[in-house]
Write a protein that binds this ligand. Structure first.
Ligand SMILES: NC(=O)C1=CN([C@@H]2O[C@H](COP(=O)(O)OP(=O)(O)OC[C@H]3O[C@@H](n4cnc5c(N)ncnc54)[C@H](O)[C@@H]3O)[C@@H](O)[C@H]2O)C=CC1
Ligand SMILES: O=C([O-])CC(=O)C(=O)O
Length: 259
């Protein structure tokens, strides 16, 4: 499997290390697309993958799958071209789908091109439960409470306080680099308006914690993950990068675990 990555940051570097150096997926990252020539060149040399600043040249390569690991804004510019060029796509910046019509349009395009779109569970879990719970309707309430350090949120705080309380739609508009998890939760569950989000800045923690609560005909769920942040970007949890690696490891397997 030939893998292409959009982005030259923390997740991109992590995937290059795990896949090209440690052989933890059934394939190689053969190409990287980005804007930063200096960083791109360094990654290219360190991991023996070609670096491109021109999207058309990147998408003309024989890539099987492209991983977006950039930003919500960049995903909005590039992901449609990836699918149009008949590549499978993994999206990290799921906030790009806050207008669900765009996800529907992209899915229809993927169907017409015979490709697949993967939305990793990222820094959270419980998406299997939400999807099962709504399989016959009857999922009533979903909420995520995210607690991060001031460094992770990029704001100052002397004591813990709620800095956001609203819908997943609004949350992603205000914190596009911190709350992609709310969008995948909304897509798996009851949608961007009904999914409730609380963000707390807490100077006494170092981990990124996410607590997910859901209720419906199935019963109740509460799930909490306490994520170690990645050393090179405290906004991003290690679990988010691991979930992309896991998608790449499992995508062609005959055995599927979970729904
Ligand atoms: N689904 C999830 O649970 C999570 C998703 N994310 C998403 O993953 C993204 C990447 O995370 P990190 O690697 O930690 O961030 P990072 O900040 O270390 O890297 C982002 C990279 O995107 C590049 N970039 C920005 N705009 C670009 C453009 N227009 N064209 C090409 N490259 C562009 C930057 O140069 C940088 O290399 C985050 O921005 C966020 O949207 C992050 C954490 C969790
Ligand atoms: O990595 C995390 O804990 C969550 C995050 O940044 C995001 O969802 O964008």
């Amino acid at each position: 499997m030939n893998i292409g990555i959009i982005g030259t940051g923390n997740i991109a570097s992590y995937l290059l290390e795990q896949i090209n150096h440690k052989q933890l997926a059934n394939g190689r990252v053969t190409a990287i697309f980005g804007r930063n020539q200096e960083v791109g060149q360094r990654l290219s040399e360190d991991f023996e993958a070609d670096f491109y600043t021109d999207l058309k040249s990147f998408l003309n390569l024989p890539l099987d799958i492209v991983v977006e690991a950039a930003t919500v804004e960049a995903a909005g510019i590039y992901v449609k071209d990836v699918v149009a060029s008949k590549k499978d796509l993994v999206v990290s910046s799921i906030g790009v789908f806050k207008n669900i019509a765009f996800l529907e349009e992209l899915t229809a395009l993927a169907e017409s091109k015979g490709t697949r779109i993967f939305l990793p569970s990222g820094a959270i879990g419980g998406l299997d439960i939400l999807q099962s719970a709504k399989a016959a309707g009857g999922l009533d309430r979903v909420q995520i409470t995210t607690r991060k350090s001031p460094a992770s949120l990029g704001i100052e705080a002397d004591e813990a306080r709620v800095i956001f309380d609203g819908s997943a739609f609004e949350a992603v508009g205000k914190f596009p680099k911190n709350i992609n998890v709310a969008l995948v939760l909304a897509i798996a569950g009851i949608g961007v308006e009904k999914t409730k989000v609380r963000i707390i800045v807490d100077p006494d923690i170092e981990q990124n914690s996410h607590t997910i609560e859901a209720e419906g005909e199935f019963g109740r769920m509460q799930l909490q993950v306490e994520n170690n942040p990645m050393p090179s970007n405290p906004k991003t949890s290690l679990l988010a990068a691991l979930s992309i690696l896991s998608v790449l490891q499992n995508k062609d397997r005959a055995l599927r675990i979970g729904n």
